[in-house]
Design a protein around this ligand. Structure first.
Ligand SMILES: [Zn+2]
Length: 111
């Protein structure tokens, strides 16, 4: 496995998220918690705000996953499923280089 390719993808994605200015997960989550009731009560109007908050939270999660993936690369455990210990399929790593679990374990999480 050529880990250099995945590492470059991870670093590129991390740079993208950071330059978009979305790396403020603490501010976003506290603001979101305070307003969650309001947003849930309103049928429409705040949809755009709601979606933006959601995207930022996703970015923060990905950012964390990227950091973890880079750490696993240093430890030599990158590309190994966290749950079952099997190697994660290269196609899956190409699509989501920061993934922690293989496709089978991911499916199990959903159900
Ligand atoms: Zn697995």
């Amino acid at each position: 496995m050529d880990k250099g390719v995945y590492k470059r993808s991870l670093l590129k994605k991390r740079a993208e998220i950071l330059t978009e200015g979305n790396a403020k997960p603490l501010n976003i989550s506290s603001e979101n918690n305070a307003r969650q009731g309001d947003l849930a009560d309103q049928a429409s109007g705040n949809n755009e705000v709601h979606i933006q908050v959601k995207i930022k939270q996703t970015d923060a999660k990905i950012l964390q996953a990227i950091e973890e993936a880079l750490r696993r690369m240093e430890k030599g455990t990158y590309g190994i499923c966290r749950d079952c210990g099997d190697p994660v399929a290269p196609a899956r790593l190409n699509a989501i280089p920061w993934t922690r679990v293989c496709i089978l374990c991911k499916e199990k999480q959903k159900s």
